[in-house]
Design a protein around this ligand. Structure first.
Ligand code: GLY
Length: 393
């Protein structure tokens, strides 16, 4: 079902002079000129960096900007992990230069997380920084990548693609999550976005919201039917959670500070996920072997690995893993991966993740009451138990 019209909802990311609104609702791309005006941004020109798959969304945005007298340059990119490269970044930067984009004139990134990360990175470094407006068009990017200012590109080192190995913190000036764009999002990608929503629900207790997981579980069917109010509520809850975490630890420095909810906790499941994404042969069990895991699918599996690792370390009871598995099944997300190598190789891939420090593995693991903590150098046998939980044929 196409999302029906609902009133926009706004979440403020409270970062003093770098604070901004995340607006969620249908048909928002057309409202960009008025929103720029309200922010006292009256640029001569703007530059759209768009995923080639979202020509309609990009066209709607371009027309509205041009109607209000703003000159618009556009570049389209093919959003793939290998293409999320320094070479693509250089192409975007060249296009910005050719369009004579000046300081104060925004980059408008329209697409999923790859487009947002690359467009944001280009904005962070072009002329030492121009504003970026993030316009996520996937559920995953709406609830995660577009909020919080992380930008970047992958780096190929040897035969391994190191994800997000280079980048910058560059907060957007505005995020427009136009839910109309979800109407054409393929089912598999929509479901992949639910994994990041589930991750936020599993962390809700860190900010005192222990109802978030229950809400997620009770509303999965409505969300899967893409009922407008359920989808908007899901995005709103997820963004509000992420915004609060980012506001408390913008630069991910607080992980070891007692009493503070560190941004590092948002990496729950991600060290496992990045190891799987680094592999060439991993796929969701039951799908063709040449069907690589989407990022959200890898996160879904990573959440399960993290829960089982935590249970093996005695940090949480054994019920959480099966509860996560039931939630994933209800979302149509995988609970098993095919094509995983042996545990030693997986452990070495986890060690290659950029979240290791001083050669020590740092894992975010769930703890009771929908909370989590960073565990440094967890016992190898516990991590192996985590991997064993998702190994499929
Ligand atoms: N995706 C995790 C973060 O933004 O910190």
């Amino acid at each position: 079902m196409m999302p029906a019209d609902t009133q926009p909802r706004t979440v403020r990311v409270d970062l003093a002079d770098r604070g901004y609104d995340v607006v969620i609702g249908p048909g928002l791309l057309e409202t960009l000129p008025q929103r720029l005006d309200a922010m006292v941004m009256r640029p001569r020109a703007a530059f759209i960096v768009a995923d080639a798959n979202v020509a309609d969304a990009s066209g709607r945005c371009r027309e509205s900007l041009e109607r209000s007298g703003i000159a618009v340059g556009v570049t389209t990119i093919h959003a793939t992990e290998p293409g999320k490269s320094i070479a693509t970044l250089a192409e975007i930067l060249r296009s910005l230069g050719e369009a004579r984009i000046e300081r104060g004139e925004p980059v408008v990134a329209i697409g999923g997380g790859i487009t947002g990360d690359l467009g944001g990175f280009a904005a962070a470094v072009y002329r030492r920084g121009v504003p970026v407006i993030q316009c996520p068009t996937t559920l995953l990017a709406m609830v995660d990548a577009s909020v919080g200012g992380k930008t970047g590109a992958n780096l190929a080192i040897g035969d391994t693609l190191q994800k997000n190995m280079v980048g910058a913190f560059h907060q957007p000036s505005l995020v427009l999550a136009d839910t109309r764009t979800l109407g054409t999002l393929p089912d598999r990608e929509f479901k992949a976005g639910l994994a990041e929503c589930l991750k936020h629900a599993l962390l809700g207790g860190c900010l005192g919201d222990t109802d978030h997981l229950g809400w997620f579980e009770s509303n999965t069917e409505r969300v899967l039917r893409r009922e407008a109010d359920a989808v908007a509520e899901l995005i709103h809850r997820s963004v509000a959670f992420k915004a609060a975490v980012v506001a408390g630890d913008e630069f991910e420095l607080a992980e070891d500070t007692p009493g503070r909810v560190g941004r590092a906790l948002l990496n729950l499941g991600h060290t496992f996920a990045h190891a799987m994404e680094t592999l060439k042969g991993a796929s969701p069990a039951g799908r063709p072997a040449d069907s690589p895991l989407l990022h959200g699918e890898a996160v879904a599996l990573g959440l399960l690995c993290a829960a089982e690792t935590s249970a093996a370390l005695g940090l949480i009871d054994r019920g959480l893993g099966p509860r996560i598995a039931r939630a994933l099944e209800a979302c149509g997300l995988p609970t098993r991966a095919a094509g995983l190598p042996d545990a030693m190789r997986l452990l070495s891939l986890m060690g290659a993740d950029k979240k290791t420090s001083g050669g020590r593995l740092r894992l975010v693991l769930p703890t009771p009451g929908c909370t989590a903590r960073v565990v440094v150098s967890p016992e190898v046998s516990a991590v192996e138990a985590g991997w064993a939980a998702i190994k499929g044929a």
